[in-house]
Design a protein around this ligand. Sequence first.
Ligand SMILES: Nc1nc2c(ncn2[C@@H]2O[C@H](COP(=O)(O)OP(=O)(O)OP(=O)(O)O)[C@@H](O)[C@H]2O)c(=O)[nH]1
Ligand SMILES: [Mg+2]
Length: 296
Amino acid sequence: MKRYPSDFRSGFVAIIGRPNTGKSTLMNRILGEKLSITSAKPQTTRYAVKGIWNTDHHQIIFIDTPGYLKPRYEMQERMAKIISDSFRDVDLVIFMTQIQSFPTDYDLQVLELLKNLKSPVLAVFNKIDLVNEIDKERLQEQLPKSVEKSVFVSALSGEGISELEQSICHYIPYHEPYYDDDQLSDLPLRFFAKELIREAIFHLFEDEIPYATAVLIERFQELPDKVVVDAVIWIERSSQKPILIGKGGANLKKIREYAEAQLVEFLQFPADVHLFVKINENWRKKAHALKELGFE
Ligand SMILES: Nc1nc2c(ncn2[C@@H]2O[C@H](COP(=O)(O)OP(=O)(O)OP(=O)(O)O)[C@@H](O)[C@H]2O)c(=O)[nH]1
Ligand SMILES: [Mg+2]
C-alpha cells in the first residue's frame, strides 16, 4: 500500500448557497475540470455532485449541492434533503453568495440553516468581476458570528481562487486519502453523460422546458472505438414535445450535438449519443418517477 506523509490532509467540503451563485463553477474551477454542469439559469444542479481534488499534499472532496429553495415540488423537497444531508459530517461548509446582491432573503435563509452547525463555515463572495468596489467590512457585518472567515473571488476569472484554496486547506484535518488518488469523482460515467444532456437542454431552451425535463440513461456502452449512449428525455406534458423536438427534429439534433461534443471533451474519447423523448406526466410530483431518477 502507498504510504502518505504524516502531514497529508484529507477531508470533505460542502458548497451551499442559493441557486445561480456559482457553486458548480467554483468547484469546476478548483478541480480544473468541468465536472458539475453550470448554466445561467437557477436550479441547474439537482444532485450532490462530489468532486475530488488531489495534490501531493492533500485530497479534498467537494460536494456541490443544488441551490437551496423553499420546496414547491416533491423534487425540490428531495433536493432540500440532499442539501441538509450534505452539511453533516463535513470538515468545512462553504457558504456561497454573489457579491452584487448580498444579502438576499435566500442568503439569509441559508445562513439561518447554517447557524447551528458543528462544522466551520467559510463565506465566499463570488462574482467580484461584476462590481467596481468592494466594501468588505459592510458585507462581513451582515454575516453571523459563526462564519469564521470570508473570501472574495471570481470563480469565472479565477481571481482570488488561490487564496480561497489556501483557506480551505487550513480547515482540512491530517488524514489519509479517502479515495484513490487518480479518482475525480465517486459517480459513474453514465451520470456525467446524463448531466451533460441536461446542460444542453438548460442552454438551448428558455422558460419551463429545462425544469420540466429529466434525463435517463438507458444504455452506456464502452466499445473499443467509442462510447455509445442511449438516453430518454422525459417531459411533463404532450404540449412540450413539439418544442423539445423542433421542426423536423432540429432542436433534438442541437441537444444531441451539444451533449456529444461535451461528452467527447469530458471522456477524451469518441462518443455517440442517441436521444428519445417520452411524456411522463407530472413526473416532478411522482415518487416512483423521482426514485427512477435517483432521488431517494
Ligand atoms: N460574472 C460571473 N459569472 C459567474 C461567476 N461564477 C459563476 N458565474 C455564472 O453564474 C451562472 C451560474 O453558475 P453556476 O455555477 O451554474 O451556479 P450554481 O450556484 O451552481 O447554480 P445552481 O446549480 O442552480 O444552484 C453561470 O452563468 C456562470 O457562468 C463569476 O465569478 N462571475
Ligand atoms: Mg450548480
